[in-house]
Every structure is written in C-alpha cells, then in structure tokens.
Design a protein around this ligand. Structure first.
Ligand code: DC
Length: 222
C-alpha cells in the first residue's frame, strides 16, 4: 500500500489540500484530527475538564470512535452516531487540542489509524503521522504557512458558516493550539527528519495541491 503522511499546524490547509490530492491520485484521504475532535466532543458533552488528563483518560472506556468512508468522504462516528459536523466548532477544536496531549488518548486512536493505512492507499493527515503513526510511510510532507495566513483561512471558513468569532480571536486560538501541539510531552508536532517541507503561505490552493501531487509522484517513482 502507498501511504502518504502529511503533518503540520492547524489551518495550513492540510485537509483541503490532502483531500484534493488524494482524489487526483485515487487514494483515500484520512483526517486524523477528526478522531481527536470526537474524543474532545465526548468530554465536553460529559462536562469533563479537557485539561484534566486523568478525567479525560477515564472517559475512554465509554467511547467507541469509528471512521467510515461514504463515497470517498470520511465520516466520524462517536458511539454509533455521525458527529462529522459537531466536531468542527471552535470549542471542539480547543477540546481536541487538550485531549490530544493525553497519552492514553493517543494510544487509544493509534491502532485505528494504522489499520486504515495497512489496508488502503491513503493520504493521512495529522500532527504525528510521519513521526509516530506511519514512520515507514513512503512519502512524508510537512505542510505549513505563516500563523496570520492560517488564521485568515480559518476566519473566512467560520464566517461562511455564520460564526461570530473575530479574526483576533481566531489568531489567538490558533497560536495557543500551535503552542499546545508543539510543546506537549507525547508526539509533539514536529517535522519528521525525512519529511519534505511545503510552505503554502504564498501558494494558492491549486498550486499547493499540485506541489503535493508532484512530491508524491516523485517519491513513489524513485
Ligand atoms: O487537524 P485538526 O485541527 O482537526 O486537529 C485537532 C487537534 O487534534 C489538534 O489541536 C491537534 C490534535 N491532533 C493530534 O494531536 N494528532 C493528530 N494526528 C491529529 C490531530
């Protein structure tokens, strides 16, 4: 199977770029952030403090998270219910960042991610795919952009959904999440030693997709 790992900070365009590139290449696209978001949403629903690692770890025995592909679109199920929409709120983003620092949560989601990669040609995106989940992936890309460019993209997405968040709030949240994701003790966000850096600050979506596809093609025909 061909496995492409794409890691990088929030808002670098990973999901849109990876989804479009995967479609062009005929691979499935796996968004692993959705798994952490589902765990975060469960903790929020239960009123658990997402910064309390022990309390979060205790919820895991009550949770079943599954990914299903309907057509080529990934849906995430939490205890049998499709939560693909509910996991996209700013509160769910922050909860996901908190719970992703809990080692038990990462362990809990590890096999699920590896099993998908074992059975499918895929582009998998996240924070630790090239470093921890799929260290043997044939292609590893670290996709990034400046914090301001990333916050502006998120802000526009939220506005389209009618959310009231200001640009300042979105930028502050994003910087906080960057800090959390790259400073946690387990599987911190960092480029794999053998990853290729793609900076999308000055690239359009189309150019970013083309760049990713060309990196994948050059690596798999090596
Ligand atoms: O990519 P995203 O914004 O949907 O991710 C939500 C959170 O989950 C993010 O703050 C970091 C965490 N995450 C992670 O720790 N490891 C992954 N492989 C994917 C996401």
């Amino acid at each position: 199977m061909i496995n492409v790992a794409i890691d990088g900070p929030a808002g670098a365009g990973k999901s849109t770029i990876a989804r479009t590139a995967a479609k062009a290449l005929g691979y499935i696209y796996v968004d692993t952030g959705a798994l952490y978001r589902a765990v975060g949403v469960y903790a929020l629903r239960r009123g658990v403090d997402t910064k309390n690692a022990d309390a979060v770890a205790q919820t895991l025995s009550d949770i079943c998270v599954e990914l299903k592909f309907i057509g080529d679109i990934q849906h995430v199920f939490l205890n049998g219910k499709d939560v693909s929409e509910e996991i996209r709120t700013p509160a769910a983003s922050m909860a996901a960042s908190d719970v992703s620092a809990v080692p038990g949560v990462r362990q809990f989601l590890f096999d699920l991610q590896r099993n998908i990669a074992k059975l499918n040609d895929c582009i998998m995106d996240g924070r630790d795919i090239g470093t921890v989940v799929l260290p043997e992936a044939q292609v590893k890309i670290f996709l990034t952009a400046s914090p301001e460019a990333r916050a502006m993209r998120r802000y526009k997405e939220l506005q389209e959904k009618g959310a009231q968040d200001t640009f300042k709030d979105v930028l502050a949240d994003l910087k906080q999440r960057d800090y959390n994701d790259s400073h946690r003790a387990v599987a911190p966000l960092k480029p794999a030693a053998d990853s290729i850096l793609v900076d999308t600050t000055a690239l359009t979506l189309q150019e970013s997709v083309e760049k990713v596809i060309s990196v994948v093609q050059s690596k798999i025909t090596d």
